[in-house]
Design a protein. Structure first.
Length: 236
């Protein structure tokens, strides 16, 4: 397989005095020639190879995605990660498709524009007749999640007491993410059948005109045309 040689610029040579060029195993480009991903296909010296991908390869080719492979595993890194998530490569089961890569790049461009995301306060965060006041904490929760997600945070834990409207808050968040194209599909995981039924029939039914939802079962788990999926995980 042909491996293209990429010469370092004069500025990069100052930072990497021992290198004149690099020869990545695989460089994936789109039809416009933009580098999307670089794959190190022979992970011999893990620490050295991963550092090289994160530094000189990223500085020279500016790929969004990095892969490092051995016979046992595939390691993945997204150069858009920030904070704690930017610390290290993560093990994955497969490579992203071109469509998935382009979708993530477009999502990042939307985040960079810093356009305000609309939250449907008729679902959550608005005036609640049952308590006679606005549920401001729901709106604050959704905004906090979105801002952290836009900032690159991948993991968040939200705690809400019983009766504070967790399902409606989740539905309003899902609508905001899908409506702003920050997400293409949502997986909503519950641990009780009652909650699975409630989320589909009462929760996501509120946005069914714009975004259809489905409860995943053994008979329909292969369907791909739904933007929202509810998954029931039963613990022993």
């Amino acid at each position: 397989m042909y491996q293209q040689i990429y010469d370092l610029s004069e500025n990069l040579k100052k930072d990497y005095a021992n290198l004149k060029n690099i020869r990545p195993d695989i460089v994936l480009q789109d039809l416009n020639g933009e580098v999307l991903a670089v794959i190190e296909n022979n992970l011999d010296k893990e620490n050295k190879d991963l550092l090289k991908l994160r530094t000189v390869v990223t500085h020279l080719l500016k790929p969004r995605f990095l892969y490092a492979c051995s016979t046992e595993r595939i390691l993945f890194y997204d150069n858009a990660w920030k904070g704690l998530d930017a610390g290290e490569f993560k093990q994955v089961n497969e490579f992203m498709s071109l469509e998935e890569m382009k979708l993530k790049i477009e999502q990042q461009k939307k985040i960079a524009t810093n356009k305000e995301i609309t939250i449907d306060t008729t679902i959550a965060g608005g005036f609640a007749p049952s308590i006679g006041k606005e549920r401001y904490y729901q709106l604050q929760c959704i905004r906090t999640i979105i801002e952290n997600y836009k900032a690159g945070k991948q993991k968040m834990l939200i705690h809400m007491a019983t009766g504070l409207g967790k399902t409606r808050t989740a539905v309003a968040l899902v609508k905001a993410l899908l409506g702003s194209s920050l997400a293409k599909r949502i997986l909503f995981v519950v641990d009780r059948r009652m909650l699975a039924k409630q989320s589909v029939d009462d929760g996501f039914a509120l946005i069914s005109r714009e975004h259809t939802s489905s409860w995943i079962t053994t008979s329909n788990f292969r369907q791909e045309n739904m933007p929202v999926f509810t998954l029931l995980l039963l613990t022993p």
